[in-house]
Design a binder for this molecule. Sequence first.
Ligand SMILES: C[S@@+](CC[C@H](N)C(=O)[O-])C[C@H]1O[C@@H](n2cnc3c(N)ncnc32)[C@H](O)[C@@H]1O
Length: 235
Amino acid sequence: MKIDVLTIFPEYFGSIFEFGIIRRAKLAGIVEIRVHDIREYAADKHRMVDDRPFGGGDGMVLKPEPLFAAIEALTGRKGREDRREGVKVVLLTPQGEPFKQASAVRLAAEASHLVLICGRYEGVDERVAEQLVDEEISIGDYVLSGGEPAASVVVDAIVRLLPGALGSETSAENDSFSDGLLDCPQYTRPAEFRGMKVPDVLLNGHHAEIEKWRRQKALEKTKKGPNGPNYGREW
Ligand SMILES: C[S@@+](CC[C@H](N)C(=O)[O-])C[C@H]1O[C@@H](n2cnc3c(N)ncnc32)[C@H](O)[C@@H]1O
C-alpha cells in the first residue's frame, strides 16, 4: 500500500512511523508512507496555504488550490468522477464517519493508495471535500487542532492489518472488535506478583481449556464494556 499524507506541519510526523509494526512494514516493502508539505503545492510566491473565511468569522481556512494541485499530482485524478482503481482520498474531519475497526479492515482491503488530508485552523475549503475526497473520517467526537494525530491513528490501524505486517497472521483476528468481542485478559511472567496470581487455567498447558476460558473472559469483558450489556452489538 502507498500512503501519502498532506499536512502543513510535516515535522509533526518526525519519527512517528519509525517504530514497531509500522517500521517493520515499511522495511518489508508492505507499505510506503510519504509525508508532503501542502506548501510545496502552493503556486504563489508567498506559498500561501490558508486565507480568511468568506462571510467573516474567526480563524483561517486551508485554501483549495494547493490541495487540488497536490491531489492531482499524487493521484493523477481530475475531479470526483475521475476514479482510479484502489485510490482513496480521505479528509480527516470531526464531521466525518466515525473511524472503527471495520473501517480499518475495509480500507486495508480496498485501497492500494491512500491520500490523507490533514486540516488545520477552521478546516479545509469545502470544494476539496466536494470534488476530490472519497471519504471523510473522524477519529472521535471531539475537536483536535489539526488532522495530523487523526492521520497517524488511521495509518496505524490500517497498516497493522496489511498482510504480513504483524509477526503472526492470527494476532489481528483476536484483537478487540475484530470478531465482535473485546480481547481476553492477557498475563505474562511472573505467575505471582505482589500476591496477585495468574489464573491457574493459563498455567496448565491444556489448550482446549485455555481457549474456553479466553472466550468466556472475552464475553464477560464485552458485556461489561463502556456501553453496558449491549456493547458490541453495533459492530
Ligand atoms: C480545529 S479543527 C476544525 C474544526 C471545524 N471548524 C469543525 O468544527 O468541524 C482543524 C482540523 O483538525 C482535524 N480534526 C479535528 N478534529 C478531528 C477529529 N475528531 N477527527 C479527525 N480530524 C479532526 C481536521 O482535519 C480539521 O480540519
